[in-house]
Write a protein that binds this ligand. Structure first.
Ligand SMILES: Cc1cc2nc3c(=O)[nH]c(=O)nc-3n(C[C@H](O)[C@H](O)[C@H](O)COP(=O)(O)OP(=O)(O)OC[C@H]3O[C@@H](n4cnc5c(N)ncnc54)[C@H](O)[C@@H]3O)c2cc1C
Length: 476
């Protein structure tokens, strides 16, 4: 190569890749969704390998410091894990948040470190083989079906054979690399996507002082303020600061990118959602990195704002910055059915529903406006949303399921991601047992197993106590 004319491509020599292991089911990504898929499949007696590029489980839920499912957890493994977290001191009581448009039932935030421990333990107890610090770089496609994946680690490049692959990478990495069709964000000629953000925590916040001030402030339009000091540990949730943020920016010249900030507590620590970068192509390494750099700049500004302008933060400091950029929206992998905004707003019923979900609608304006956060009645997620077109033996669970931009604003929430993970794990196991493809799986058998786990499948099945919380959101 001439050093003065850098090459634009390089032909990698073909090489033989050793097989690391063979398994029934590979789960790609051990984030919010992956562990639910892996545990569910392993509990059905299947050998499962879950591959995660980072060194801990939970993804956006834990590493991303999100902690709070925006909607009640209605049953099955998600509720089981939340109840375990509660008994370990890693979550509190669910609460009702008041917003400009009504009430939103919110599952208690969790302590992300306790959640990492729980997810890991439950995976190990179920017999899941976890491969940490391993990146899945490509699917292996033979005869139109996925038959394994190629992974990269410090040990080099390896193959893992699988009968079924569940893509829980959030970005539909396996589907895209297998040339399955997908839509980015809203699709269309003016393709837009919800912006990216980076959470951080603040320590040494005087929660009581903040709660007392918030009760009387007209700058906090959306709130949940517990009555007891004990309740503050997991139950304080505040969204607003619009007027004071505007004033702060005018006075200091510090440019922040959001109209509002959301604060929430978990285990007595304050979690801050206050950064935003729009129009990021997260598949461009340089743009992705620039977004992280910009979030770090904004984090300094937001922390300064809180310390200088919000009672209770006078002695606070930045505790921890999320180890990963929070990405809200990328690919929606086109499936046998695409969930529409209308389906989720009107609560359409589906014979092949694998979960009733009570997640809020949560749209961060791709053009930079305010957040549309609304409680709505439960809706249903059909199995077909997880079955991609064109590729056999691949299931999609979590953020990248087949949903349009508006439907995704509900299905991207963590209760829905966990529910699709659970259903995908069970469906993969049933398909193997029945000797059929995941496209042809007898959905009634998957539904029967889900029902045995006390997972409501249809909005009409939600029991009285759960319906009450869903009913309250109807008034929103
Ligand atoms: C800033 C922000 C705030 C949010 N707030 C809320 C909220 O308050 N409530 C709510 O319910 N939802 C919220 N959401 C949405 C929700 O957190 C996500 O949509 C959800 O967690 C996505 O789950 P997932 O499993 O699809 O993805 P993730 O949790 O991101 O998991 C994907 C996992 O796959 C791994 N991975 C990816 N690619 C590969 C690969 N090729 N090889 C190996 N591993 C790979 C990743 O490391 C990660 O662990 C928020 C999202 C963001 C970004």
């Amino acid at each position: 190569m001439n050093p003065n004319t850098p090459r634009t491509t390089f032909t990698e020599p073909a090489r033989e890749i050793p097989v690391l292991m063979s398994t029934d089911i590979v789960v790609v990504g051990g984030g919010t969704t992956g562990p639910f898929a892996a545990i569910s499949a392993a509990r059905q007696g299947k050998h499962v390998v879950m591959i995660e590029r980072f060194g801990s489980l939970g993804g956006n839920l834990t590493l991303g410091l999100n902690t709070k499912p925006s909607g009640a957890l209605l049953g099955g493994l998600p509720l089981e894990i939340w109840n375990l977290a509660r008994s370990a001191g890693g979550a509190g009581d669910d609460y009702m948040a008041l917003t400009k448009t009504g009430g939103v039932k919110i599952a208690s935030p969790c302590d992300p470190e306790i959640m990492k421990i729980l997810l890991t333990r439950l995976c190990v107890d179920a017999g899941v083989q976890i491969l940490f610090e391993t990146f899945v770089s490509a699917p292996i496609i033979e005869g139109g079906a996925i038959t394994g994946v190629i992974v990269e680690s410090k040990a080099g490049r390896h193959v893992i054979n699988a009968k079924v692959v569940i893509d829980c990478s959030a970005d539909g990495d396996m589907a895209a690399k297998a040339n399955a069709p997908f839509v980015m964000g809203s699709g269309g000629s003016e393709e837009t996507m919800q912006p990216v953000s980076m959470y951080f925590t603040m320590s040494h916040v005087d929660l009581q002082r903040l709660a007392d001030w918030s009760r009387t402030s007209d700058d906090i339009p959306a709130r949940a303020i517990p009555d007891t000091a004990e309740g503050l540990g997991y139950g304080l949730w505040l969204t607003g600061f619009n007027q004071s943020l505007r004033k702060f920016q005018e006075e200091t010249g510090i440019k922040l990118q959001r109209d509002n900030i959301t604060l929430k507590t978990a285990n007595g620590l304050m979690y801050v959602n206050g950064t935003r970068v729009q129009d990021v192509d997260i598949f461009s390494p340089a743009e992705f990195s620039a977004a992280i750099v910009e979030c770090y700049r904004q984090i300094e500004g937001v922390a300064k704002f809180l310390r200088e302008r919000v009672p209770g933060f006078e002695h606070a400091g930045i505790g921890q910055i999320s180890g990963a950029l929070g990405v809200r929206e990328t690919r929606h992998v086109l499936g046998e059915y695409t969930l529409t905004g209308d389906d989720t707003l009107q609560g359409h019923s589906f014979a092949d529903s694998i979960a009733a979900d009570a997640s809020a609608l949560d749209i961060h304006d791709p053009k930079g406006g305010d957040v549309d956060f609304r409680g709505l009645p439960p809706y249903e997620i059909p199995y077909r949303c997880m079955v991609p077109l064109k590729i056999e033996q691949l299931l999609i669970a979590g953020r990248a399921i087949s949903a349009d931009h508006t439907a995704h604003a509900r299905s991207r929430n963590m209760p829905a991601c966990m529910a699709t993970g659970q259903a995908a794990g069970i469906a993969a196991a049933v398909a193997i047992d029945e000797g059929v493809t995941v496209r042809k799986v007898p959905v009634a058998k998957v539904q029967a197993i889900l029902r045995s786990l006390d997972m409501p499948l249809h909005a009409s099945e939600i029991r009285d106590d759960k319906a009450r919380s869903a009913q309250e959101t109807i008034q929103a």
